[in-house]
Design a protein. Structure first.
Length: 367
């Protein structure tokens, strides 16, 4: 995996992670956990809820004491999952040390902007025999590193994996079935995480392609921005299908250039996630695209959302890296133009429609 920064400079090699700190007194209730979810946003809370429904002993780490008290007393998380009642078995805590030490499996669901900082704190307490996976769909903008690379840099863990797939949190909280893929180089990681979800509403498939699974989950957010713009401009399903299929082509070319397996993008982490995110008003990135089509300022759109839309920083990282790799990626280019260069949606459409066309699959052929 390239260590090139988004600005084109080489990232400094990370220093070896120090041994975890010695244990302090554990907080009441945090013992003999089956899993810890780090991050009390919409998807982290959804994962914790799924595990609690599956009769697992799960803790949910959140930053704010007020949020922890709300979850524990009211069984709600109104800021991120308005109108839903959480399972009473979800135990929220702000005590990261005690929670990490009590859980054999730790699942990190933190936005990319804070991912390194929080993972570094997890690394102060986690041991090498614990399983550590993440469910964050994005890239670190300054270094272009994937989240599993940050887990390796900031913790002593090697039993690492990534969860990705078409998982709109609101639909899952409504009780709808869903599926995801758990990718890891270690079969033990796959089997242990699958065991947490077995028999529940989340079908957890296994995979080995960590790179492709992470890049697919990150890249589809850029395409969702584009389809949101298309729908916001009043275009129909033909246009959306065009953007999704050509976006998938860009995703595949980008991923393969960075070492991914092309087959991964035909599964849940690729086309599966693309289909859900690019067509649903529940998708934050899709809604950002709709706002751009309406002529709204990006800052106003993000403030209105009240949550992170990972496609916004990911577009900057992927655009820069594509240039470094010599890849022509028209959809990424026009989305970047709307987000960071002041281009209008009308201009973006004109740019896309005037690109010369050739053989549809030429860029994907190895010959």
């Amino acid at each position: 995996m390239s260590a090139t920064k988004a600005g084109g400079k080489s990232a400094a090699k990370a220093a070896p992670r120090k041994a975890p700190k010695k244990a302090s007194k554990r907080a009441p209730g945090l013992k003999d956990l089956d899993a810890l979810v780090v991050g009390g946003g919409s998807f982290g809370t959804t994962i914790a809820s799924l595990l609690a429904e599956n009769d697992k002993r799960v803790a949910l780490w959140v930053r704010r004491g007020e949020q922890a008290r709300e979850i524990n007393r009211e069984h709600t998380n109104e800021r991120y999952l308005t109108g839903f009642t959480l399972p009473a078995k979800v135990l929220a805590t702000t005590d990261l040390e005690s929670a990490v030490r009590a859980a054999p499996i730790v699942i990190v669901a933190i936005p990319t902007k804070s991912f390194r900082e929080v993972t570094k704190s997890v690394g102060d307490y986690i041991q090498g025999d614990q399983v550590l996976v993440h469910a964050t769909k994005g890239l670190e903008v300054d270094t272009f590193k994937r989240m599993s690379e940050l887990l390796r840099e900031e913790t002593c863990c090697r039993k690492i994996g990534v969860v990705s797939g078409p998982n709109l949190a609101v639909e899952i909280m409504r009780g709808h079935p869903a599926g995801a893929v758990l990718a890891s180089r270690y079969q033990e990681v796959i089997e242990r995480v699958q065991g947490l979800f077995a028999g529940g509403r989340m079908r957890m498939y296994g995979g080995r392609d960590v790179i492709g699974t992470e890049l697919g989950g990150a890249f589809k957010n850029i395409i969702a921005l584009a389809t949101g713009v298309s729908d916001g401009m009043g275009f129909g399903d033909n246009t959306k299908s065009l953007l999704m299929t050509r976006g998938l082509s860009e995703m595949v070319r980008f991923g393969v250039a960075l070492g991914a397996n092309i087959l991964t993008f035909g599964g849940l982490a690729g086309i599966g996630d693309l289909m859900a995110t690019c067509a649903s008003p529940l998708s934050r990135n899709y809604r950002v695209g709709q706002g751009l089509a309406a002529g709204d300022r990006l800052d106003d759109i993000i403030e209105r959302l009240g949550q992170v839309a990972e496609g916004v920083p990911t577009a900057a990282a992927v655009h820069s890296q594509a240039i470094d790799l010599g890849l022509d990626m028209p959809i990424v280019r026009v989305v970047h133009g709307m987000l960071y260069e002041g281009h209008t949606s009308t201009q973006a459409l004109k740019d896309l429609m005037t690109i010369p066309v050739g053989d549809e699959l030429a860029a994907l052929r190895s010959d």
